[in-house]
Ligand binder design. Sequence first.
Ligand code: SF4
Length: 123
Amino acid sequence: MSAPTIDTGRDHHLEQSLSSAVQFQERWWAVHAKCKGKTHLFFAPAGERPEARARREDLARKYCAVCPVQVPCRDEARVNHEAGLWGGENEEQRAAAGYAPRAITRRAVQVAVSVGSRQATAS
Ligand code: SF4
């Protein structure tokens, strides 16, 4: 009897092909980024409180919403397990999609578990 297959929601083919592409093209999309000069909106300062984080990320997402390279930005962040907000996604959203940041936070784990529980309950 074989072990059951667990669907983690990750697209391994996408991950592999993007990883290869990134090695050769090194963020070709970055020249089109709408967030140039706005790094402070996309990465949390030390000790940031939840309310401040929500405000900062809401503002950052407004840039992402009109950014022409949102998809490659989001996909590269997923593949590289980045921290911060990329392509409109924060760490918790990447973790829920199966691409947890390397230095995962306790909060990210709680959100990913919560999302997984909701998906299991819905199916
Ligand atoms: S999608 Fe957002 S984070 Fe990515 S390059 Fe565009 S503005 Fe920056």
